[in-house]
Design a protein around this ligand. Structure first.
Ligand SMILES: N[C@@H](CCC(=O)N[C@@H](CS)C(=O)NCC(=O)O)C(=O)O
Length: 213
């Protein structure tokens, strides 16, 4: 194998990986795992990622990567000429790692709690409470990110994979009001000339705002 292979379901977490690979000018094969949100992941994909979640990325040497934040951090480091993260291991890179982990641990997980609440309670009557708490937690997390976005409109001085990650998660959040800097960042990502076609392919079916236009 001489190129990357990305497993995703259109509209899912592989968007940010696809965007990063494209910005880094890296060829890749795309494999649509072929299920709908909420359906069980097909067995052929579970054989690749036993945790049953997309995205998964096979590196050119056949190493398997999962976890969006890890994949994006890896791609930024493996292709430094693309300028997708601050220089490792500078203090700015420390801040970058902070936000990458924050996005995965707090925002992505809150969205998953909202989307799959029964996984997080044994009480059949508790499902709605899980969803309510998840939405609240997600909105609080966006508040922290809102305050972190700088005068240039990105999470750090330059656009990085953290901004791709934030934009993707932001459009999945059900409660977005009072987060105008997150919203403006998302519009900029969606309108980026390289990213826009990928964005449209993944997200234009969503109801509401056509981001970036
Ligand atoms: N921790 C994972 C979360 C990935 C994730 O939740 N992916 C969703 C699609 S956006 C998924 O595969 N959901 C199916 C499921 O959890 O069963 C990551 O950071 O990549």
């Amino acid at each position: 194998m001489t190129k990357y292979t990305l497993y995703n379901r259109p509209g899912s977490g592989g968007f940010a990986v696809e965007a990063a690979l494209t910005l880094a000018d890296q060829p890749f094969d795309f494999i649509d795992v072929g299920n709908k949100p909420g359906d069980k992941m097909p067995d052929h994909f579970r054989a690749i990622n036993p945790w049953g979640q997309v995205p998964a990325l096979i590196l050119p040497d056949e190493t398997l990567m999962t976890e969006t934040g890890a994949i994006l951090t890896y791609l930024a480091g493996a292709h430094p000429e693309a300028g997708l993260s601050p220089v490792p291991w500078t203090p700015a890179h420390g801040t970058f790692l902070r936000w990458m982990t924050f996005l995965g641990a707090n925002i992505y997980e809150a969205i998953l709690h909202d989307g799959y609440p029964a996984r997080f309670t044994d009480d059949p009557d508790g499902v709605e409470n899980v969803k309510t708490a998840a939405l609240k937690r997600c909105h609080e997390g966006l508040g922290v990110l809102e305050d972190a976005i700088g005068a240039n409109g990105w999470l750090q001085d330059e656009m990085s994979v953290a901004d791709l990650y934030l934009a993707m998660l932001f459009i999945w959040c059900k409660k977005r009001e009072d987060r105008p800097k997150c919203e403006a960042l998302t519009h900029r990502i969606a309108a980026h000339p390289v990213i826009a076609p990928i964005w449209r392919r993944n997200f234009d079916h969503r109801p509401g705002v056509k981001w970036g236009r």
